[in-house]
Write a protein that binds this ligand. Structure first.
Ligand code: PLP
Length: 403
């Protein structure tokens, strides 16, 4: 089956006469056969995905399992494990890595929360930050994991996954593929061991459910991640799992429509006199071949800079009427923010420079609104925040930025 069909057919209930899998909110399950329940509990604690008796909701839930099976089919992996959030997923991945080594190689830039976690020393892991081309040199005997995001948040830098996996050798590579969605990119097909998604973003698609998921090429890793989930308890709620299974059914359509808008918007921004630069995956000569090789399209995220720095960027953001000023991404509506002020504030200025995140960079997650409405909004905000003289800027700052 092709992806579009897989997404829809996979959403039919496999049990009973219900067309849709019922939401199971039970936290506990009856255990009429005590021996069977005990054996099930033992199996779960060893990392089994299913057992005859679910026993307890922290061990197993049919809606969570349903979502995981869809993700494995989409990503082409052996098994998937869903967590309470994207960060819970990445924490579990790093915990698993810490059982195999003390060192991790990370490619900047990463999502602000991931960056913060890696540098926080909360997990007792040493971290070497290395550009994709230097990953081979950064690997030590004790390196347990290479972590990369592609396209990366928020610069949309594209990394060649196959090349990175080759450089990493026997060290497993984890790709945070949130920006690409499972529709546009399958990291496992290019040699990654793990594909990660913050399901909170595109998979949910409507900004109303939080969760994360990791797909593993190797079932041994999957079992260990399940053990970690059971032991640490960062489980996905069944209602969120239901929202993600439903979200997957329209993911293909949403990504296609939003990508079409993004492609047009990127071109219009590029051509606008007040726009300094635009980054859209594949927009540079160097990224074009990689995007063509490992992605089915450039996606729905655009980063851009206006002439006039952060003051001007913030004026532009406040002048918008339709695009919503908010963190997060992947919703059906357009969300826009300035990463240095919000999502990547925790990263710190020096680290932002290393990750090449300019203070005035604006990140837009393009929604499925009508393109002309979106562009009219962006265009009027560009006009409202048009170039200002130094005197104007001083006056604006003095009067609280009333422009
Ligand atoms: C949002 C995000 C995360 C974290 O996911 P949460 O669901 O917010 O915990 C991780 N990686 C990327 C690329 C993200 O955009």
């Amino acid at each position: 089956m092709r992806t579009e069909t897989k997404l829809i057919v996979g959403s039919r209930s496999r049990k009973g006469l219900s067309h849709v899998l019922p939401i199971d909110l039970s936290t506990t399950y009856r255990t009429p056969d005590l021996e069977q329940a005990a054996r099930s509990l033992e199996a779960f604690s060893q990392g089994a995905a299913t057992a005859p008796n679910p026993v307890y909701a922290r061990l197993s839930n049919p809606n969570v399992e349903d979502f995981e099976m869809r993700m494995s089919a989409l990503e082409g992996g052996a098994d998937s494990i869903a967590f309470a959030s994207g960060m819970a997923t990445i924490s579990a991945l790093l915990l698993e890595a810490s059982t195999r080594g003390t060192h991790v190689v990370a490619v900047p830039p990463l999502y602000g929360g991931t960056h913060h976690l890696l540098n926080s020393e909360l997990l007792g892991l040493r971290v070497t930050w290395a550009t994709a081309g230097r990953v081979g040199d950064a690997i030590e005997a004790d390196t347990a994991l290479v972590l990369v995001e592609t396209p990366a948040n928020p610069t949309l830098t594209v990394t060649d996954i196959a090349r990175l996996a080759a450089a990493a050798g026997s060290v497993p590579v984890a790709v945070d593929s949130t920006f690409a969605t499972p529709i546009l990119q399958q990291p496992l097909a290019h040699g990654a061991q793990f594909a990660i998604h913050s399901a909170t973003k595109f998979i949910g698609g409507h900004s109303d459910a939080m969760g994360g998921v990791i797909t593993c090429a190797d079932p041994t890793f999957a079992a260990r991640l399940r053990q970690i989930r059971i032991a640490t308890g960062a489980v996905l709620h069944p209602l969120a799992a239901h929202a993600f299974s439903r979200g997957l059914q329209t993911l293909g359509m949403r990504v296609e429509a939003q990508q079409q808008n993004a492609t047009a918007l990127a071109a219009r921004l590029e051509a606008h006199a007040n726009v300094l630069s635009v980054t859209y995956p594949g927009s540079t000569e160097s990224s074009r071949a990689t995007v063509r090789r490992q992605m089915r399209g450039p996606g729905t995220m655009i980063s851009f800079r206006l002439a006039g720095g952060a003051v001007r960027a913030d004026a532009f953001l406040s002048a918008l009427r339709l695009a919503v000023p908010a963190v997060s991404l992947g919703s059906v509506d357009t969300l826009i923010q300035r990463p240095a002020a919000l999502t990547h504030q925790v990263v710190g200025e020096a680290e932002r420079q290393r990750g090449q995140i300019p203070e005035d960079l604006i990140r837009i997650s393009v929604g499925a609104e009508h393109l002309d409405d979106l562009w009219e909004d962006v265009e009027q905000a560009l006009f409202e925040s048009a170039p200002i003289s130094i005197d104007d800027k001083v006056m604006c700052t003095a009067s609280g930025g009333a422009f």
